[in-house]
Design a protein around this ligand. Sequence first.
Ligand code: FE2
Ligand code: FE2
Length: 191
Amino acid sequence: MLHLKSPSNDRWLRQVASHFDEILIDHAHCEKKAAGTALNLIFHYVEDLELCREMAAIVNEELEHFQMVVDLLNRRGIRFRRLKPSQYGRKLNDLVRRQEPQRAVDRLLVAGLIEARSCERFQVLAEHVADSEIAAFYRGLFESEARHHATYTRLAMHFAPEAEVMQRLEELAASEAAIISEGESLARMHS
Ligand SMILES: [Fe+2]
Ligand SMILES: [Fe+2]
């Protein structure tokens, strides 16, 4: 359902265990970026009414998630601060084709894959983190990111026929899995 080609590996779980505060801070940044991505799509595809409606809903939801994570950090005495981002988003955005309407298809599919990976990782955190507040927190967020993934994939079909979109999703999902399996040394939500 999430179209991911590989599950998260033990390397990431070890990063979670050793740098959990950093992952939580990065999570807040991810929610802020997710709101920004949805808002940018409204700016670029303003004539697509359904896209505008769906993106406006996602902007609101992601900002709400951002506030929730910032509140969680605050309750735990962790200062929200700037972090060097992971290379995951940049690597995926580098795959976006330049020409419209392929550009729109890729932007939506990449946004959807990032949602899918977040969703998968939230589920892993819900299952593996011993702290019950954190586990419940991630269990609560899981469903909305799965829904966002489905919305982005569906909206991509406004810009190309379904078969073409699904074929491109296969290609991008394979690249996404390769980026995740390569990993990176910084402990991040998408490292
Ligand atoms: Fe979110
Ligand atoms: Fe989301």
